[in-house]
Design a protein around this ligand. Structure first.
Ligand code: ATP
Length: 587
């Protein structure tokens, strides 16, 4: 097949904005493509050589394209650059200069699709020393044999500016018409795409094996499944009603979604956008290798930054440090992660995507070896609003964004690539910052882990309740302490240690060590939330709930000038909470 056929089709596609016309043109092109080339043609029409998840780009900078064009056309670079400046389009510029040359040459070898594809493939895979020169030689070789129109599309393709506007869904429509037997077969073809994310492979399957081939299309390890997405509702009542009065509610972790693919010892992690992100998480790769007890598996979960000393979750932003390639080792140490797994899509030969969620969750439970770092997303089966509300508050307090409420009936399959009502997210519709610091009393402590073995990992902090003359817990804080702070704790706090909880301390949490209320620390938190655990201002905002400070950090200030009774009062925290709400309703 000659590349000229593709270039002609591109030209026509470019001239229309109507989706139906575009589909017809694509159907024509696909029908006229030999089956052996169909995957390549599909990739090329989207300006690619492989499916996105392979992460392979042709990656030619405009400067290099200009150089190759100069060499192939015999024109001066400066001349080409001048034209490029006015047209702003490398494709059109190529067309102009190649047609100038064409007037003076007679011999031309027709470019085949195979040759274009292979040459671009070589360019994409060239790297290291001399790569620029090699790429240029390959590209100018192609351009020398290209017609002006072909040159236009080749240069747009290599510089990543083809942009024909052909969406994935248009290709699926065209495949259904060209090879599936009609537009109504599109749903089967779409499913194949949703479980493989590879349009080329899907095209080849339907072209070679027809609809039957597509219907028996399989989930395959290392081909990412397009993620199932959630709808959103604003209240527990609505959620329960929508899900038929019963759901599996899970913590909605605030991290990065990952799809884990494992076969033997090889593991690949894909992001929500299905990019390979294994390089960012060498530690997560190792966790999967160690704690996923299956030879082959595709699992989904949320990767969350953790505070190793306190075992608490950290905000999503801390994962951003993983994006910088050069100091990943350091990021791994400073921002370690845990994996909270929430789905199993394939395990040892069995495609689970058509199974209801409870079955998938059981498969997930079976496959994860008990350990402290690869965990199951915390969940409950909820049948009433009260349960859901309490679980929601607990999730928020533990550093989560809210809940993911999932259907639990027969219909609850994994809807790859779709946003639907089988999953409903329940987040707060507000978020506000705590701008003021508070002064809190240390009433207990938890033993440290990791680097903090032998000292305290986190302190249990309380507010003062003036009416009852008690101290009410409001947060657990393990952040903001320097090594010097930690070293001083045994002396500073040790002298206040008591064998059991102080009689004036109200706490539902069991600390490892208790103190008499004496030491006051200045704390900055992210926000105040309702809490089913902490006792601060209990019942004052909502019956049965206390208040908690989320993401607390020690500012470095010891308030030695304050006695325990001078600490921020529970009523002040309640007032701050109310103001916070008022601010939200005003904005
Ligand atoms: P969306 O992914 O729905 O387009 P978004 O990117 O803004 O929206 P959110 O609205 O925060 O994300 O919600 C969806 C995300 O929540 C999922 O993609 C997943 O990463 C995350 N998540 C956290 N916990 C869970 C869980 N238990 N089950 C499913 N997803 C979860």
């Amino acid at each position: 097949m000659n590349y000229a056929k593709i270039a002609d089709a591109y030209e026509k596609i470019e001239a229309t904005t109507k989706r139906l016309e575009m589909t017809d043109l694509l159907v024509d092109l696909l029908k006229n493509t030999p089956v052996s080339l169909i995957d390549k043609v599909v990739y090329l029409t989207q300006g690619k050589l492989y499916p996105d998840f392979e992460g392979i780009e042709i990656g030619v900078a405009e400067k290099l394209a200009v150089k190759a064009l100069a060499r192939a056309s015999g024109s001066r670079e400066s001349e080409i650059e001048e034209t490029l400046k006015t047209s702003g389009d490398i494709g059109e510029t190529a067309q102009i200069f190649i047609s100038k040359k064409k007037q003076s040459t007679f011999f031309q070898k027709a470019l085949t699709v195979q040759r274009v594809y292979e040459t671009l493939g070589k360019m994409a895979k060239t790297s290291g020393a001399g790569a620029v020169e090699t790429k240029m030689a390959l590209l100018s070789g192609l351009l020398s044999d290209a017609s002006p129109k072909e040159a236009k599309y080749i240069l747009r393709t290599v510089t990543g500016s083809l942009r024909l506007g052909i969406a994935d869904m248009t290709v699926l429509d065209a495949l259904a018409i060209a090879y599936g037997g009609g537009k109504e077969t599109r749903e089967f073809i779409e499913r194949a795409y949703n479980i493989s994310s590879d349009l080329g492979k899907v095209a080849k399957t339907v072209a070679e094996k027809g609809l039957a081939g597509i219907k028996s299309f399989q989930v395959t390890v290392f081909e990412p499944i397009r993620p199932m997405l959630a709808e959103r509702l604003a209240s527990s009542e609505e959620i329960l009603e929508k899900l038929g009065g019963k759901c599996i509610a899970e913590y909605k972790y605030d991290g990065e979604r990952i799809q884990v693919h494992k076969k033997g010892k090889k593991v690949i992690l894909f992001s929500r956008r299905l990019e390979q992100i294994s390089d960012q998480y060498p530690d997560a790769l190792e966790l999967v290798t160690t704690f996923v007890a299956a030879n082959e598996a595709i699992l989904e979960g949320e990767c969350v930054a953790m505070d190793i000393e306190t075992g608490e979750m950290r905000p999503f932003q801390e994962l951003m440090h993983r994006r910088r390639k050069y100091d990943i080792e350091q990021a791994m140490e400073q921002y370690p992660v845990s994996l909270f797994m929430f789905d199993a899509l394939y395990v040892d030969g069995k495609d689970l995507t058509r199974e209801p969620y409870p079955t998938r969750r059981k498969a997930l439970e079976r496959v994860i070896v008990k350990n402290g770092k690869v965990l199951l997303a915390k969940s409950i089966t909820a049948t009433n609003v009260r349960q859901l509300e309490a679980f929601f508050e607990e999730a928020i307090e533990n550093g989560c964004e809210g809940l993911m409420c999932k259907a639990a009936g027969k219909e609850s399959v994994y809807q790859a690539g779709a946003r639907g009502w089988l999953w409903i997210k329940y987040k707060r519709d507000y978020k506000s910052e705590m701008t003021d610091t508070v002064d809190l009393v240390v009433v207990g402590a938890f033993h440290g882990r990791g680097k903090r073995v032998g000292t305290y990992g986190a302190l249990l902090l309380a507010t003062y309740n003036k009416e009852n003359d008690t101290f009410e817990t409001v947060t657990k804080c393990g952040t903001g302490f320097t090594d010097k702070d930690l070293a001083s704790f045994p002396e500073l706090l040790g002298k206040h240690e008591i064998p059991k909880k102080h009689s004036r301390v109200q706490s539902t949490l069991e600390a490892d060590v208790w103190f008499e209320p004496a030491v006051v620390l200045e704390i900055l938190g992210a926000e105040i939330t309702l809490s089913p655990i902490h006792t601060c201002a209990v019942d004052s905002i909502r019956k049965g709930s206390g208040l908690a400070i989320r993401f607390p950090r020690f500012t470095g200030k010891y308030r030695t000038d304050k006695s325990a009774e001078d600490a921020t009062s529970s009523m002040e925290i309640a007032e701050m909470y109310r103001k916070q709400l008022k601010k939200i309703s005003q904005s």
